[in-house]
Write a protein that binds this ligand. Structure first.
Ligand code: ADP
Ligand code: MG
Length: 256
């Protein structure tokens, strides 16, 4: 059975999508079967996996509204080596349309039950909000990966997310836990980043992943080629760090 992880942080621009597509590609590279789900109406993870969101006939939207199964809506990204359940702007309407549905926070969980045995990992790229879409992700996940930049307000911003995860854990999904905090866009030359990084380790202990993702221009360039950095330039520092992170994740799930 697949282990299911949300990549979540209610802040925008913190590296969720970069983490989701590069971890997916890194896991594929080390032989794992991966389904990447884009839960953000912006569709950046879809485009960043070489799938044109404008050309998709079926997306996560159809799955949430039960007009398609995941098996019908997923597409294979041959270049990246993983399956993609894509998203586009249509998804922005799903929240309102789901209001009248029963158990609407569990739609994705039900849909995943049919395909999870086909994968080792399911990774879900969440939108920058704690909305019904994110809630659908949290309800089906075993864990949350939280990418964060080591900046001054980093810890403060975590409080809301940690509280939401606690509530979901208590009321909707008792499997849910923070699997780990991932330090991203890290620049070791900046003293403040080192200080925040130390604070994080003091506060969260082994919940902080060992792997650190450096700030790396190749990771930022890759999306304009419709590829994760891991595929676009495998020899770059950014790509290598994401492959190391994939290996760390494979180790972590052995104890889950
Ligand atoms: P989110 O999904 O949280 O909004 P993104 O993954 O889209 O964040 O990242 C925001 C911006 O930062 C993007 O332009 C992305 O290319 C860039 N970026 C993310 N991680 C890195 C990194 N490690 N090094 C350099 N640029 C990065
Ligand atoms: Mg994003």
């Amino acid at each position: 059975m697949a282990k299911i992880f949300c990549v979540a942080n209610q802040k925008g621009g913190v590296g969720k999508t970069t983490t989701t597509v590069n971890l997916s590609a890194g896991l594929a590279k080390v032989g794992q079967r991966v389904l990447m789900i884009d839960l953000d109406p912006q569709g950046n993870a879809t485009m960043g996996s070489g799938v044109d969101k404008r050309q998709l006939e079926l997306t996560i939207y159809d799955v949430l509204l039960e007009s398609a199964s995941i098996a019908e809506a997923r597409v294979r990204s041959e270049k990246c080596g993983y399956d993609v359940l894509g998203a586009n702007r249509e998804l922005a309407g799903a929240e309102v349309e789901m209001v009248s549905l029963e158990r609407r926070e569990k739609r994705l969980k039900l849909a995943l039950a049919e395909v999870e045995r086909n994968y080792d990992f399911v990774l879900i790229d969440c939108p920058p909000s704690l909305s019904m879409l994110t809630l659908n992700g949290l309800c089906c996940a075993h864990g949350v990966i939280v990418p964060m930049q080591c900046e001054y307000f980093a810890l403060e911003g975590l409080t809301d997310l940690v509280n939401t995860i606690k509530q979901v854990h208590a009321n909707l999904n008792k499997d849910l836990q923070i699997i780990g905090l991932l330090r991203v866009m890290f620049d070791p030359r900046i003293t403040l980043q080192q200080q925040v990084s130390e604070q994080l380790k003091e506060h969260f202990g082994d919940k902080v992943f060992n792997t650190v993702i450096p700030r790396n221009v190749r990771l930022a360039e890759a999306p304009s080629y419709g590829l994760p950095g891991v595929v676009f330039d495998p020899s770059s520092k950014g790509a290598q760090s994401f492959v190391a992170f994939a290996e760390e994740m494979v180790e972590r799930i052995k104890n889950m």
